[in-house]
Design a protein around this ligand. Structure first.
Ligand SMILES: Cc1cc2nc3c(=O)[nH]c(=O)nc-3n(C[C@H](O)[C@H](O)[C@H](O)COP(=O)(O)OP(=O)(O)OC[C@H]3O[C@@H](n4cnc5c(N)ncnc54)[C@H](O)[C@@H]3O)c2cc1C
Length: 482
């Protein structure tokens, strides 16, 4: 980045968004230094909060004029450092674009701005018998723009799929300030799937300023079961048995003993059995008669794998309580240590029991406190390491253990992220799963949208031997037409 006229930049940005919505003092910038992953930090030059697409486009053009990179940000709950401004860039926070612009009940879609908080959309459309299916555990805070950035999942991904399965169209401010529309509210597009490329691109292809999302009908009947096990491996085996039997529940989540202890000591306490080694939360939804039969089959499968007992939520309040425990788990872990490293990797479901045992052994070998709460139905593991980053030696072990865990998951046929994205955190690990040719192809795609590498630089791609962001033109990416 050439030497920055920061005062001039801030003045120009203030002319666009107004003084109150351009933050530049150190105390104002500090909250933007990191996202939900506190291991990585970078101070932005400024933070702007535009209120519409036009202001975003003007902010982008101004950043280009001053030669400063920029990064879109939602609520900053991301867990891979995706929303931090590398190289002193400008953070473009979308929280003021928080309106639901249109709800089409007949065709079951909504048009929303990116700053709409995930859970609020389902609340809004509930009276129409509809809901928005992607439900990250952070859904009370995270935004739909951030969900698009990360292609977020959630407990109900098992049946409903991830964000990409529910995004029909977007309006995108390109890294040169032009505005394009990709996809259509019908869900059908002609030509290459550029919308598919944007969902999950972690804010590197442009800034999403409007999103058309699919709405789903609220199922007629929902049942939630809580199977109590002596150990986490038996709970994993029950998951395998349920899937082998041909059932696809709406959600299957495992919470292990350490997580139960933290949750039960917190405001999320749900009366989970503290002496259990793990609990398996299974949700079924659909037509009442079918769900009733499936409940019996799930209970049998859990008991066959050694469940101590299987409880069924008696009413909506109890179901809510079970889910509060699951979704509040990360928050509750704040009780264990000042810092939490939430890992995110996927393994083939059948390998879960063996991989989990080995992950626990890795943590033990490093003398670390590990707990597990994860989307077991998808094979999406979240080994959580509680630590104190002020302890340099412990931090070294946290990093080393993380590397071993990811390598183990890849060796078991898995991938390095299920839903939290690559961001800064895992960019060097991309080499565990991709060859140079693979990475080159991905860089060419990115270069087609952002030939100068100014939109959220320093993310996704490994820095070693990969110079596209340092000098994209050297590779000819500036000549790849969009
Ligand atoms: C307690 C907790 C639980 C979580 N549970 C889950 C879970 O179950 N499933 C899951 O998938 N994730 C989960 N997460 C991770 C996180 O909440 C998700 O990644 C979420 O989608 C991030 O949304 P956000 O609004 O906070 O986005 P941010 O963190 O602000 O940004 C995330 C990424 O999206 C990009 N981005 C943001 N807005 C835009 C935009 N308008 N246009 C283009 N790119 C944009 C950013 O540049 C960044 O790369 C959890 C996090 C926490 C803290």
């Amino acid at each position: 980045m050439r030497s920055l006229d920061r005062a001039g930049l801030v003045l120009a940005l203030r002319e666009i968004v107004g003084d109150a919505y351009c933050l530049a003092r150190p105390d104002q910038l500090l909250p933007y230094e990191c996202d939900g992953l506190t291991l990585h930090g970078a101070m932005p030059s400024a933070v702007v909060l535009p209120r519409d697409t036009d202001e975003i486009a003007r902010v982008v053009r101004t950043c280009r004029r001053f030669g400063v990179p920029f990064v879109p940000r939602g609520a900053g709950t991301g867990l891979s450092g995706g929303a931090i401004a590398m190289d002193g860039g400008v953070v473009i926070e979308c929280s003021r674009l928080d309106r639901v612009l249109h709800v089409d009940v007949a065709d079951r879609f909504a048009v929303v701005q990116p700053g709409v908080v995930n859970a609020s959309l389902s609340q809004l459309v509930k009276p129409h018998g509809l809901f928005y299916a992607p439900d990250p555990s952070s859904q009370l805070a995270c935004t739909i723009g951030g969900n698009v950035g990360e292609n977020s999942g959630g407990p109900h991904t098992l049946k409903y799929g991830t964000t990409t399965n529910h995004v029909l169209a977007v309006q995108l401010v390109l890294p040169d300030g032009d505005v394009v529309r990709l996809g259509s509210p019908t869900g059908m597009t002609n030509g290459p799937d550029l919308l598919g490329a944007v969902v999950g691109s972690e804010g590197t292809l442009g800034i999403v300023s409007e999103i058309s999302v699919r709405l789903s009908p609220i199922p007629e009947c929902v049942e939630t079961l809580l199977a109590v096990f002596g150990d986490v491996v038996s709970a994993c085996r029950a998951v395998g048995r349920i899937i082998r039997s041909g059932l696809v529940p709406a959600a299957m989540e495992i919470v292990d003993q350490r997580t139960i202890a933290a949750v039960e000591a917190s405001v999320y306490a749900a009366g989970l059995p503290r002496d259990a080694g793990a609990v398996l939360l299974v949700e079924l939804d659909g037509v009442a008669e079918a769900v009733a039969r499936q409940v019996a089959r799930i209970r049998d499968a859990a008991l066959l794998e050694g469940a101590w007992r299987v409880d069924i939520a008696r009413d909506a309040a109890e179901r809510e309580r079970f889910w509060r425990a699951r979704k509040g788990a990360f928050g509750a872990m704040g009780r264990l240590a000042p810092d939490l490293y939430v890992h995110d990797a996927v393994v083939p479901r059948a390998r879960l029991p063996e991989v989990l045992e080995r992950i626990c052994a890795i943590a033990d070998a490093h003398g670390l406190r590990l707990s597990n709460v994860f989307h077991a139905g998808d094979g999406n593991l979240h080994p959580n390491i509680s630590f104190d980053r002020r302890n340099a030696r412990e931090l070294e072990h946290v990093i080393a253990a993380g590397h071993e865990i990811l390598a183990l998951c890849v060796a078991a046929g898995g991938v390095i992220s299920g839903e939290h994205g690559i961001g800064v955190e895992k960019r060097e690990y991309m080499r565990l799963v991709y060859s140079d040719d693979d990475l080159e192809a991905m860089c060419r795609l990115r270069g087609a949208f952002d030939p100068d590498g100014v939109c959220n630089p320093g993310k996704i791609f490994p820095t070693t031997r990969f110079c596209i962001e340092a000098d994209p033109k050297a590779r000819g990416y500036d000549r790849v037409p969009l």
